[in-house]
Design a protein around this ligand. Sequence first.
Ligand SMILES: *Cc1c(COP(=O)(O)O)cnc(C)c1O
Length: 469
Amino acid sequence: MGKNLRQAMFHEMEQQELFQQAHGYGQDYVDKFLDRHVYPDATAISNLASFHEDMPETGGDGAQIMQQLHEGGSPATVSQIGGRYFGFVNGGVIPTGLAARLLADYWDQNAALFVTSPIAATLEAVCEKWLRQLLGLPERVVAGFVSGTSMAILCGLAAGRYRVFQNAGWDINKQGFNGAPKVRIVTGRHAHGTVVKAIALLGFGSDTIEWVDTDDQGRIIPELIPQLDDRTILVLQAGNVGSGSFDDFEQICDAANKAGAWVHIDGAFGLWAAGSQTLSHLTRGAEKANSWSVDGHKTLNTPYDNGIVLCDDVQALTHALQASGSYIVYGDNRDGMMFTPEMSRRARAVELWATLKYLGRQGVDELLVGLHGRAVQMARELDAAGFTILNDIVFNQVLVACENDDLTNRTMAHIQSSGECWAGGATWDGGSVIRLSVCSWATTKQDITRSVQAFIAAKKVALEEAARA
Ligand SMILES: *Cc1c(COP(=O)(O)O)cnc(C)c1O
């Protein structure tokens, strides 16, 4: 590194102008959060071409880099911090969580070990305890703080894999799959794609999955679950990504526990229902599972990159993730890397802690009841406007269709380009649907009504277009 470059960086640290600039742009972005075009317009997207430069030979200027990022980047963002983004299951951001993350970014901590970051380790330990209390999980449950639910599912199923092979007298870490005893994976037809991905990554082979048929809401039909035993992993779902439905944990977990099977619950956005006095009936019995995956960045509205694996079998989780065993020392201080596949990690528990502390139990309930209420309103108003609602609105998801697939797809395309709101497509029961996920605290009753108006206008244009076609 040349002397001038280092001097420039010292100067930038001391003067802090770059940070003020970033802060100013951030404020500018947040100022417009309610009126922003919900999805970037065509100009913003085509302007992204300016980023496709060759790798520069010589260093640039920090202030100019920040300017380019704001001018070209901010308009090309998806405005999910406002109240009218209903795509996927994405979630907004609670200001205190965002602010905590900004501070943690200045800290630039490595959350691997207590010695690499005492504050990160402490906040992980606090979050672990609070999550147990909030979600009603047993005392022995431990938490790993990972990037998202994809990774959390991988960890939960890796723990399950370790345990069911141990039950069969086999150490999967040491002995591997060659010549291994047979173990089984059972899940519902509506399991999320990331569950299938984790099963494949863990070497089970997705063709070996024993699929269980589901009802019209995507819930596993308990009577159709095959015979379980202590060499079987069963994956259930809290929050179907289409309908928002929940499996019948009480009944299924009792039977699975009796058989000694490992139960994982994919609760990416739905497990939070367990933390709401009003909605916890949806997750009744979920505490009887062995591992759970959930995202802070969805329903809880933390900033992105905030997934959590929870596990009631600390030995299975740590042995599955630290195959060498040599790291596994259960000390007084928490070493976060024991519960995650990664070693170095961002201190993501900082914003999770701040969000949980800001909301408290009552705030979590209010947040979830609000999302549910807005989803119910959305379904009611769309139904009154002649759209078909395909699911029971038990949580925050709404599946909408028009009279036929062509009209549904055309209507969705016009909604997406309207900038008024944004919703994505999916298939449900073999047909095209528009899927709405109400998962931001910022969505108001007015946002719902305004979005329904956008649906009505889009369908009108779609009908005209279809008549011409
Ligand atoms: C979003 C989601 C996932 C994947 O979570 P990521 O945080 O995107 O990795 C898995 N399962 C369900 C039900 C989801 O909604």
